[in-house]
Design a binder for this molecule. Structure first.
Ligand code: ATP
Ligand code: MG
Length: 459
């Protein structure tokens, strides 16, 4: 009767769902995410990058200052709110660079010399949700702070290329450009405004609004109707001075020397104001309009902008959702086993001893799922063996009244590869050794010998 009441109560309540554009990552997809994260972290480590973690919430003015007031992000995409406790203006981070630079300046991190940093985490932008574009999404990013030369620009590009290789992703192409320094952009700006004004009938509302406040951002428009106009606009590349050109050629020389193909895209300006000189994007054609999986460039002015001493920097952010979509496309993901051992039990005494045995097996380094009879579709032997099978476990360890009476357990091999083991009766105190031996002896199941005889395993 109590159950019935709860159900009718629930019926009266609204169904609560996730916020639009914010996704749950369910257990079926989690292994793919984990694979991405582990691969990315080991690539980053192999280039000597160190992790930094900053808060998800920052003062709104941090982003307004870093990204620029007249940008898509600051004009319309930020989740900003007033802290009702003290009236502070706060924002859920829309990108990672501003927070990292704030932290670097606040903690004087580059005092000891240049730093290679990386971060990962959720970002938030109020955009129209579609494939590859969400309101909460995840980025991995790097920020190399304190490096002047083109070598570090090339290094982070090569690092990302290594990641595509390690993930088995093909067909991600590199687009490269230089947007020069502030003085060069100022000279370009005058010509750009004149060009856009002479075609004012082709400008959309946003472009008209930005014509005098931030004309460069018009070149980053996603409006298909404006692509021809933008293609014909004056190119920043034609305004670069000697030093910017030398830097740009320096990056290209290293990429060429390492056989990294790229195309120069003079239209590439990026959507954020903080960039200068090198900008780049990695683009896939398999994702429709949301094809950019990684984007970055130099931002030599930002450290100073936040009160640090003038310090050059370069970085990128990559969109994990888009890369996971590509990973799914590239290979049917393998569902790893939930555990090594599924523990089946029946009867009160067996239920108690099952806990003891499960803990002992875990002590030896294996993963164990202990059947929960009360909440897992009942406790019949048959049901439990079905769960054991579904779990992907290599072994079912079975405790029933007979086993308890004889101080043994039944150990059943669940996979064909272990079929030689079949089903055995093993003294209770020997079960751990028996199972560990069987699993270590099976070289195909991905387990390694670890120090101290413990089993370390990688699913
Ligand atoms: P786009 O041109 O696709 O809007 P952007 O220039 O706004 O991208 P950046 O700010 O440079 O993107 O972010 C770096 C990367 O983060 C992008 O290349 C993309 O892979 C990913 N990304 C950006 N916005 C989103 C989003 N709303 N949902 C999912 N991924 C995103
Ligand atoms: Mg965007």
């Amino acid at each position: 009767k109590a159950k019935k009441n709860t159900m009718s109560e629930n019926k009266k309540l609204d169904k609560i769902t996730a916020v639009k554009g914010m996704n749950d990552i369910l257990p079926a997809d989690a292994p793919l995410w984990e694979l991405f994260e582990n691969t990315a972290q080991s690539v980053l480590q192999s280039y000597g990058f160190q992790q930094i973690r900053t808060p998800i919430v920052e003062e709104t003015k941090l982003f307004a200052r870093a990204i620029g007031a007249v940008t898509d992000i600051v004009e319309k995409e930020m989740y900003s709110f007033t802290d009702s406790m003290n009236g502070d203006n706060l924002t859920l981070r829309p990108e990672g660079t501003a927070g990292v630079v704030r932290a670097v300046v606040e903690h004087n991190l580059v005092y000891e010399g240049p730093k290679r940093l990386w971060y990962k985490g959720q970002m938030f932008r109020h955009e129209r949700p579609q494939k590859g574009r969400y309101r909460q999404f995840h980025q991995f990013g790097v920020e190399a702070i304190g490096f002047t030369g083109p070598d570090i620009d090339a290094e982070i590009i090569m690092l990302s290329r290594r990641l595509w290789d390690d993930l088995g992703l093909e067909g991600i192409r590199l687009e490269l450009n230089s947007i020069g320094d502030a003085a060069e952009r100022l000279r370009h700006r005058a010509d750009l405004i004149a060009y856009l004004e002479s075609h004012s009938e082709l400008l959309d509302e946003e472009a008209k609004r930005r014509l005098h406040s931030n004309p460069l951002r018009i070149l980053d428009t996603k409006n298909p109707a404006m692509q021809d106009l933008v293609n014909g606009a004056p190119k920043l590349l034609d305004y670069l001075g000697e030093e910017s050109l030398a830097h740009f050629h320096g990056v290209q020389k290293i990429l060429n020397h390492n056989n990294i193909p790229f195309t120069i895209n003079p239209r590439l300006v990026r959507g954020l104001d903080y960039y200068n000189r090198t900008v780049f994007e990695w683009v896939s054609d398999k994702l429709g309009a949301q094809g950019t999986v990684c984007a970055g460039g130099r931002y030599d002015g930002m450290v100073e902008m936040f009160g640090g001493k003038s310090t050059p920097a370069v970085g990128f952010g990559m969109g994990v959702e888009r890369l996971v979509l590509l990973m799914k496309d590239a290979a049917e993901p393998e569902q790893p086993a939930q555990c090594d051992v599924y523990l089946v039990h029946q009867g009160e005494q067996a239920g108690l001893q099952a806990f003891v045995l499960a803990e002992r097996i875990r002590d030896a380094g294996l993963d164990v799922v202990l059947h929960c009879a009360a909440s897992n579709g009942g406790g019949s032997f048959k049901t439990q063996m079905k769960k054991a099978d579904a779990s992907g476990a290599a072994f079912a360890v079975i405790l029933g009244d007979d086993e308890i009476a004889n101080n043994v357990a039944t150990v059943k091999a669940m996979r064909e590869a272990d079929a030689g083991a079949q089903q055995n009766t093993v003294p209770f105190d020997d079960v751990v050794d028996y199972v560990v031996d069987q699993i270590i002896g099976d070289h195909d199941c991905g387990h390694d010998h670890g120090p101290g005889g413990h089993v370390h395993h990688h699913h």
